[in-house]
Each structure stands twice: as structure tokens, then as C-alpha cells.
Design a protein around this ligand. Structure first.
Ligand code: F6P
Length: 364
């Protein structure tokens, strides 16, 4: 008779639709085995925060399958190896990993399901090297986690952004304007490409394919004589050839610079070059909010129950994922060995866009 297992679950990184569905899956699958489950608040911080770890049972997650956000709270770009704390009014950077490992030991946890993006999962992998019993579940609207072709949150974000583009298209057409819409995705173009394509954008600007303003201007001259307006989906990490992305904060040794502002720059530049009225807007956090669609709920249920399966089999230090349409398990180290995923020229959706004549704006 194996001892009743005690496991925990935490969510790290940006919120995304489907996080709660994954928590729901972990708690219910564990309860099916008679295990005890604990929720950890605010990413890894819950391990060293007051009341940061609390019991989670099926009743506590009963109604969260269709809720956006995360009932556990999260922290974006939280790195337990370098936490900024203030002591006696002095800011200092501390490594709290020993405290985390000690807390896991005193809680007598057999495993911790870590639901997060590449940053959170990399931290989980580094902790795993020191004995932290991690099993990873990939989540981010950016869809850039190595080892899986789809992450929790991506499908709903694409749908949200696509509906926004539909709405914006009507005003662009009515006033024969250039409308530049900025989408999230950090330095990956998956969200902008999928939403832009589904939303009928005639131009999609992607970090992986730097653009040339002259090429865009020529396209817009044709549009002026054609349907008379242009809808441009711009990934926040997109940038001109030989140029840099636009950031709205420079960051520091602990926090990454924050992307934002490319839509405004592109709108101003294209209006000057073509004389066509241009407007811009940033979808921002709309892409991370809202209830998960059925696709994300099902992905989260599959990932969450598979993670519990891995714990039952004693296969810690693993990452669940979807590859070639099959749910698979790989070493969590994949998030350390491989860089965040990026669009490649042979990506099927990239090829579809090119076959449709969607303009990425590359020169030559
Ligand atoms: O990683 C998800 C994401 O939404 C990115 O697309 C975006 O650049 C970033 O998080 C925004 O981070 P924050 O919530 O810290 O502003």
C-alpha cells in the first residue's frame, strides 16, 4: 500500500486563460487517487510567504474550470534565485531557493506541479537540480515554450485578438485608414501570426521577419487603389530590418525591459510615407483575460491529468507537452537546453500566410 501522496501546484508567469482549468485537473485527478493537494500562492513566492501554502480540495476548485486568471495568484518574471527584497529600507537581492527546498521538505511534498512559461519552467528545472520535485505544465499566450507546439492560453488569446481585429477592420474600412494593432507575444510571433491571419490582416509584422518600410509603403499604395484600407497586425517584438524592437521600459539587472510601442511608431512612419491616415492601438492585457475557450480547457485538462500520471509513476523532472499532435512527456531540461520557440520560415502557418499573399514586409 503506497503512502498517500502530498502534492502541491503553483502558477508562475503572466496569467493566461486555462490556468484554472489546469489547477482543476490536477486537484481532481489527485483526489481520484486519495492524495492531498496544496495550492502555492503567487508562483514560488508562496513557499516563503506567510500562509503561502494552503489545502486545495475538489470543493475549492469546483467552479473554476471556465474562469480566467488563476485562483493561486502568480508573479511575472519571478526568479527564486534572485528575489528583490527590502530590509531596513535597503533594497537587496537574495536567493530564496534554500528556503523553498526546506519548505517542501517540512511540508513533506512528494511533487510540485509547476504551471508556467519558459521563465517559470526554467526556474523549476534549476530547482529540480537541487531536489525540488517538479513536474512542468506549459502555459503562456506566447506559445513559445520549447518542447511543446501548444501552450495553455494560446488558443483563447488568438480568438480574443481575432475578434478585436474583426471589430477594428470595420472602422479601417469605413474611413479608409491604416489601422495598426499591436499584439503580445514577447519576441515570438505565434500570437500575431495566428490572430492576424484569422482576422484578415493584409500585413502581419513579426519579430522573426524584420520588415522594410519601403516594402510596406508600396503595398499600401496598392491598397489605396484597391480596397482602400489596411489592417496591420504587429507583434510587440516586431522591428524594422537593421532596427530594434520598441521598449517602454529599459529594465534593470533583475527585470527584463518591457516591449511596447511598435504600433505607434509604424503608424506614424507609414502615414508620413504614404499620406494615408493611420491610427494605432494596443490590445494589451485583453489577450490574457477572459474565460478559456474549449480548446484551452481541454488542453489544460489533458496536461494537468498527465502531470498527475507522471507523479504516480515517479517520473519527476518532466514536462508534459503536445508534439506532432500527440501528448508526450519529456525531460524538463528541454526548457534549459533549448531557447524559447520562434516562428520558422517552414512553419505551416507562415507558409499559409505567404500563399495568401499576406505581407510580412521583408525586403527583397
Ligand atoms: O508572456 C506573456 C506576456 O503577456 C507577453 O506576451 C508580454 O510581453 C508580457 O507577458 C507582459 O508582461 P507583464 O504582465 O509583466 O506586463
Amino acid at each position: 500500500m503506497t503512502r498517500t501522496k502530498r502534492i502541491a501546484v503553483l502558477t508562475g508567469g503572466g496569467d493566461a486563460p486555462g490556468l484554472n482549468a489546469a489547477i482543476y485537473a490536477v486537484v481532481r485527478a489527485a483526489a481520484q487517487r486519495g492524495w492531498q493537494v496544496f495550492g502555492v500562492r503567487n508562483g514560488f513566492d508562496g513557499f516563503w510567504e506567510e500562509n503561502g501554502v494552503f489545502p486545495l480540495d475538489p470543493a475549492a476548485v469546483d467552479r473554476i474550470l471556465n474562469q480566467g486568471g488563476t485562483i493561486l495568484g502568480t508573479i511575472n518574471r519571478g526568479d527564486p534565485f534572485r528575489v528583490r527584497v527590502f530590509r531596513e529600507g535597503q533594497e537587496t537581492v537574495v536567493d530564496v531557493t534554500a528556503t523553498i527546498l526546506e519548505r517542501v521538505r517540512t511540508l513533506n511534498l512528494d511533487a510540485v506541479v509547476v504551471i508556467g512559461g519558459d521563465g517559470t519552467l526554467r526556474a523549476a528545472w534549476e530547482l529540480y537540480q537541487q531536489g525540488f520535485p517538479a513536474v512542468g505544465v506549459p502555459k503562456t499566450i506566447d506559445n513559445d515554450v520549447p518542447g511543446t507546439e501548444q501552450t495553455i492560453g494560446f488558443a483563447t488569446a488568438v480568438e480574443t485578438a481575432c475578434q478585436a481585429l474583426d471589430r477594428v477592420q470595420t472602422t479601417a474600412a469605413a474611413l479608409r485608414r491604416i489601422l495598426v494593432v499591436e499584439l503580445m507575444g514577447r519576441h515570438a510571433g505565434f500570437l500575431a501570426l495566428h490572430a492576424g491571419l484569422a482576422g484578415g490582416a493584409d500585413v502581419i509584422l513579426l519579430p522573426e521577419f524584420p520588415f522594410d518600410y519601403q516594402v510596406l509603403a508600396r503595398h499600401l499604395e496598392q491598397m489605396r487603389r484597391g480596397r482602400g484600407f489596411s489592417l496591420i497586425a504587429a507583434a510587440e517584438g516586431a522591428h524594422p530590418q537593421g532596427g530594434q524592437p520598441v521598449y517602454w521600459t529599459q529594465g534593470d539587472e533583475l527585470t527584463a525591459p518591457r516591449l511596447g510601442g511598435i504600433a505607434r511608431v509604424v503608424a506614424q512612419e507609414l502615414e508620413q510615407r504614404t499620406g494615408i491616415e493611420a491610427r494605432w492601438m494596443v490590445l494589451g492585457y485583453l489577450q490574457r483575460g477572459g474565460a478559456p475557450n474549449a480548446t484551452d480547457r481541454l488542453l489544460a485538462l489533458r496536461f494537468g491529468t498527465l502531470a498527475v500520471e507522471m507523479i504516480e509513476q515517479g517520473r519527476l523532472g518532466t514536462l508534459v507537452g503536445l508534439r506532432q499532435g500527440r501528448f508526450q512527456v519529456m525531460p524538463l531540461g528541454v526548457v534549459h537546453q533549448e531557447p524559447p520557440r520562434r516562428l520558422s520560415p517552414d512553419d505551416p502557418m507562415v507558409q499559409t500566410a505567404r500563399r495568401l499573399g499576406v505581407v510580412f514586409g521583408e525586403a527583397g
